[in-house]
Write a protein that binds this ligand. Structure first.
Ligand SMILES: [Mn+2]
Length: 357
């Protein structure tokens, strides 16, 4: 499902001079253009691009930024790759990873800034983006048409899948390096091909990427079997706090646990999956206490509960079966708030006798 190609509110607001603006005008005048066509046209017409993703980048963010950079390079363009936070250790072996720079403020000149898997400008934690012609490529249910050009496809297994389609459509060569980055986006965003976003086409995509040179064994070893000790220790702390109530499970770590385990933020990734993997559990939440006592929540569902809807009600966002939000402390109130939402959602599902999308 592709939607929201052009944001009419932003038609006149391109404030930086660049090649993208005239191209965008042509795109606006042709209603038969798909979002992907429109984006390709802007890429072809421009020279310099910024490629960025959300803060605390995950496998999809890192892999899609890198492969988008490689596509632009093949097209003879200049691309700066930027994230607000560093690349997590398990993705530091990806080809070209050193080209991703950390920054908090963006300075031009760029013909366009390409935002990958961000449902808002704020998700990047980068300042100064609003000055540029913006391209938004996303697959979150919470995705919004905040940019000049928006390509949101909630059916895509990863944003990398959308970059893959761009590569094909641009007639670019799918190199082994690109394939490696793109395969990583699919592997990580589908929970190793186990989430609801997996469909037959996901395996066709994976097959194409392997044929193009991605090594599925080596990538799985890097992504799934290279856990830092700090992360295993933190998992232990979280499991000490595991609670279960019917079809809901939750677990948490305090800021003290984080310090004691020498854990980094990225060590929290995936802890919630252990809870949602418990037999009979339909929805799970992992809470991490931040230094200011607020709580960062990761929500997972095995398909029946729409956790994106819950996260959005609480000011966050995400996918139907993987979402997140931040709540004010104190801890007991945050737990109360999220459990109330989860109980209600599970009760609604039982009444309907059918599952939410
Ligand atoms: Mn993603």
């Amino acid at each position: 499902m592709d939607r929201a190609v052009i944001n009419p509110d932003l038609r006149k607001s391109t404030s930086k001079p660049g090649c993208a603006s005239p191209a965008a005008k042509d795109i606006l005048s042709d209603p038969s253009n798909t979002p992907m066509d429109a984006i390709l046209q802007v890429l072809r017409n421009g020279e310099r691009f910024l490629v960025c993703s959300h803060s605390r980048p995950d496998g999809d963010a890192v892999g899609s930024v890198l492969s988008m950079g490689m596509l632009l390079e093949q097209m003879g363009k200049h691309a700066d790759l930027v994230t607000a936070d560093g690349v997590p250790a398990i993705y530091r072996g990806l080809p070209g990873v050193d080209s991703i720079r950390r920054a908090l403020r963006i300075h031009g000149p760029y013909d366009a800034a390409i935002l990958l898997e961000c449902d808002s400008l704020e998700r990047t934690r980068l300042r100064g983006l609003e000055d540029f012609y913006l391209i938004n490529i996303d697959h979150h249910i919470s995705g919004r048409a905040y940019a000049h050009l928006n390509w949101i496809d909630c059916e895509a297994a990863s944003v990398g899948e959308l970059v893959f389609r761009l590569v094909k459509s641009a007639g670019a060569k799918l190199t082994p390096e690109m394939a490696t980055c793109l395969y990583t986006t699919v592997l990580t965003d589908t929970g190793s091909f186990t989430y609801g976003s997996v469909r037959a086409s996901t395996f066709e995509l994976a097959r194409e990427l392997v044929l193009a040179g991605a090594d599925p064994i080596a990538i799985a070893r890097e992504v799934c079997y290279s856990t830092p000790t700090s992360k295993v220790l933190l998992l232990g702390a979280a499991l000490n706090h595991l609670r279960r109530e019917g079809r809901i499970a939750w677990l948490w770590v305090t800021h003290r646990d984080m310090v004691r385990c020498c854990a980094a933020e990225e060590d929290c990734e995936g802890i919630v999956n252990v809870a949602v993997g418990i037999s009979g559990v339909e929805a799970a939440v992992f809470l991490r206490e931040l230094p200011d006592r607020s709580l960062r929540l990761s929500l997972r569902s095995n398909g029946k509960v729409n956790v994106a809807a819950i996260a959005e009600r609480l000011g966050g966002g995400g996918h139907g079966n993987a979402a997140g939000c931040t709540l004010e402390g104190p801890f007991a109130r945050a737990v109360d708030e999220i459990l109330t939402e989860l109980r209600r959602s599970i009760a609604c599902n039982s009444q309907d006798g059918q599952s939410a999308p």
